[in-house]
Design a protein around this ligand. Structure first.
Ligand code: BDE
Length: 148
């Protein structure tokens, strides 16, 4: 399915410091500043991590799904008035991996702000494949223009 482009990967790279092989968001397809964001990652058979996870059974590591959710949440924070700042993830809670993510899947990454006080943001993240929830977590991050 062709998805709308709110931010392409070039714009995502202007918001995040992550680069290959660790940039895990291809596109932002929805965003409500200060509230929620939806991004996507097209998972290809050629992902580096499939070489080792696992050699005879390619499955996207759940921890990388969590990382991808944290990255879209980071984009949301940066685009919600924190341009020029860094987003430092401090904690992750309630992680669940519900279904395997495999080559060819389109991972839809949704992050919603559940609390925002000063520099501290809390997000709920959910990732979907074909409309089915495949992983979820809650994150806390500090947004700062200085170091930690
Ligand atoms: C299920 C729920 C969430 N994430 C992953 C799964 C899952 O089915 N993992 N499967 C791993 C797996 C690894 C190897 Br080595 C293997 O030979 C097989 Br058969 C597997 O299913």
């Amino acid at each position: 399915m062709i998805m709308p482009i709110i931010m392409d990967v070039q714009q995502i790279k202007e918001a995040l410091p992550h680069r290959y092989p660790f940039l895990l968001v291809d596109r932002v397809i929805e965003m409500e500043e200060g509230k929620s964001i939806t991004g996507l990652k097209n998972v290809t058979a050629n992902e580096e991590f499939f070489n080792g996870h696992f050699p005879a059974k390619p499955i996207m590591p759940g921890v990388l799904q969590v990382e991808a959710l944290a990255q879209v949440a980071g984009v949301l924070a940066i685009k919600s008035g924190a341009a020029g700042s860094m987003v430092y993830f401090m904690s992750i809670d309630g992680v669940k991996f519900r279904k395997p993510v495999v080559p060819g899947d389109q991972l839809i990454l949704k992050a919603t702000v559940i609390q925002h006080r000063g520099k501290i943001w809390k997000f709920r993240g959910e990732s979907f494949v074909d409309g089915t929830l495949v992983s979820e977590a809650e994150f806390m991050a500090m947004v700062s223009s200085e170091g930690v």
